[in-house]
Design a protein around this ligand. Sequence first.
Ligand code: ATP
Length: 231
Amino acid sequence: MGRLVFGGSFNPVHIGHMRVAIEALHFLAGLADTLEFLPSAAPPHKPCVPMLPFALRIRLIEAAIRSCKGMLCDPVEGNRPGLSYTWDTLRLLGQRHGAANLYFLLGSQDFDLLPEWYRGMELAGLCNLVIVPRGDYAREDFLASCQNFWPGALEPDQKYECMDATVRVYKPRAGYKVYFLPVPFLEISATHIRKIWLCQGNLDYLVPAPALEILRRERDIVDACWREKKC
Ligand code: ATP
């Protein structure tokens, strides 16, 4: 059985991430039965974002997923020095677990930026990609991006039904499959969470309760990190 890998900075993990993780496992039932959060130790695209220490971001994820069946947290990116490139990690995980059984999950906003990632266009050659919408991103937007990234697909618009919803599948000529899951979008971002925190707002029901408890316990570190002006 395959595994989903959910990369990101998780600074901090929030309920938008949790719902995406739950729904992705649901829509890919039969293909993947575990989901691993893969926090980025040094996210290449966020040099100016004040980041909680990697170990603390991991603690938050572990607390958030404690009662979630099939969810794990993989700290592998903490073992490499320098920027954490997804290409390096997926290549390693593909060698370890088999590329055909690997499903890399990401939001549409990040999917559309793949050409700016290190070897971003090659990620579909390392594993399957799974896209969930952010904002009002529709099936047409997904197909347009796929056709732009990998023209001349073998199967441009395959689909299957799952619980009254349609999962779209694009098969690039070279590489694995790209899935588009119709997951309801929750308008939540870690940027928004950090803003609320910094003006002493209430984060109940935006951050999973066990993770929020840790944030509050580590208030001094969290304040210092998120207040830092990096650029
Ligand atoms: P930030 O606001 O700091 O940029 P973020 O909330 O976008 O952070 P990340 O840790 O960068 O969170 O996200 C990890 C992955 O989860 C990315 O692929 C991102 O697109 C996706 N994601 C984050 N929030 C949502 C959401 N509300 N709905 C769908 N996908 C999301």
